[in-house]
Design a binder for this molecule. Sequence first.
Ligand code: FAD
Ligand code: SIN
Length: 537
Amino acid sequence: MKLFAGKPGWTVTADVIVIGSGVAGLTTALNARAADLSVLLVTKAKIDEGSTKWAQGGIAAALGPGDTPDQHKEDTLIAGAGLCDLDAVNVLVKEGPEAVRKLIARGAVFDKAETGEIALTREGGHHRNRILHAGGDATGAEVSRALLAAVQNDSGIEIIEHALVVDALQTEDGRVCGVTLHVIGAGSTNGVGQALARAVVIATGGLGQVYSQTTNPSVSTGDGVAMALRAGAAVADVEFIQFHPTVLWRDTSQAGQQPLISEAVRGEGAILLNHKGEKFMAGVHPQADLAPRDIVAKEIFGQMKEAHVPHVWLDTTAMKDFKERFPTIFASCMSNGIDPQRQLIPVAPASHYASGGVLVDLNGQSTVAGLYVCGESACTGAHGANRLASNSLLEGLVFGARISEHIAKHLPEQGVPQIDETEERVLIDPSIRIPLQLAMSEGAGVMRSEKSLKAALATLQQLGTHRTKTPAVDAWEVSNLYFLATAIVRSALERKESRGSHWRSDFLETDKLWERRIIQHLDTSGNWTSSEQEVNV
Ligand code: FAD
Ligand code: SIN
């Protein structure tokens, strides 16, 4: 199955195509160049767009005195609530410190403590201070700056900005050998071209825009995951959408990307209060306000529901040097009329991170030959049912390096794309975007039930009948949102338990029998199938 698009009018070639210019794409591109491969880097908007530049809290790695990869592993496994793949976690935590050192060698500058050592802070679920940060709360901006400078300095990396990748091109035997892409602004049909390569790496980030309120930027429409599904790849763990507990609440009419108040703010002393001004996390979890993210989000949701209020409060008023330590968050609070040094910050959960994605092995290979996936689009199994704070940037660094190494060792000849004229092509009308997001927020949000999920699925099925024949960016994006929303709801319906960030009001307990992951496939006619897989724990 493919999206409806014009016929490609032009062709470019490279050894490797990397789709996306966040931490995952940039790291993969740089490492592929180090292996002497020619790289085409395609990105949907300006090159620095994507979640990476918005990352606040930092990067987790066992670099502090007394810390070890094993301790980092323990915290990752606990946060992942029984569904982490042990091998993937081992790779993440053991290769993490070296990957961070390499990032520093590439030019990233992290904040220092008074001793001159790199300053380390704490976030939810971590039992140690192991989060490196930059510019206080602007870690992603620094990571993006440093990697971009290195990429732009490398003449072996061809960059195409403002180019939306639509679908995979595949050989007769199904191997991915390129992609179709549309250069935005070059006309709605004559902007389509094809990029051919011996390996394709999806690094298109998350899918937060499936929901009405999200911390994710507008480019996070899950295009790569949906494209992989249409190419026949398996996706896994997609029901585990992580809702960040502390997103600045403005008013109920706000939609799209919302300002984040980093978990690191709680790591440095901020306290959650309910509408009566009471601390509420202490009795809920031994780590109280710094419990893993899913636990804090659930408790906040419960507090809001019980009191019929749209948010709780974050108290930062006793914190010293808030403005200096968290300059980005300070500025975004102030621009919303809140002085965090004197006033409580209204916060509520919003969609933040896709713990699942395209199922890949330890080398980032999907279940379709020639197709690799890195970063938030991938499901390596390192996050299980709930990602540990600041493990995402780390995953992009670690697996970006592994993918390039694997590609360099196993590069096939360029394949010839086969266009199947009989293959089903769809394009959903962009007008369904808001109703789709509302249906997902209502039915598949922080807390779900069979009733709410079935209602969301029925709405999706109805919205999916709204088709268009006009290829355009908003239609391709909404079509991708539609496929992913369907996958999320299908998996969430199937998982009859509560675990990690999947919370069912009709199945409140975690069920040992569900220590399995749900895999979804889409066939060429658009039919879904799902299966279950044991987890390597
Ligand atoms: P992104 O950085 O999202 O990059 C995706 C790229 O793909 C973009 O360049 C985009 O334009 C491009 N793209 C998308 N679709 C297409 C298409 N069809 N064609 C071509 N290009 C396409 N994680 C941490 O570890 N620590 C943190 O402190 C942290 N803080 C966060 C704060 C915020 C506000 C947010 C939103 C996330 C945060 N995260 C954090 C999560 C983390 O930032 C992301 O998971 C990570 O940056 C994802 O990197 P990525 O390279 O996979 O994707
Ligand atoms: C944050 O700073 O709270 C976000 C960290 C993350 O998503 O890992």
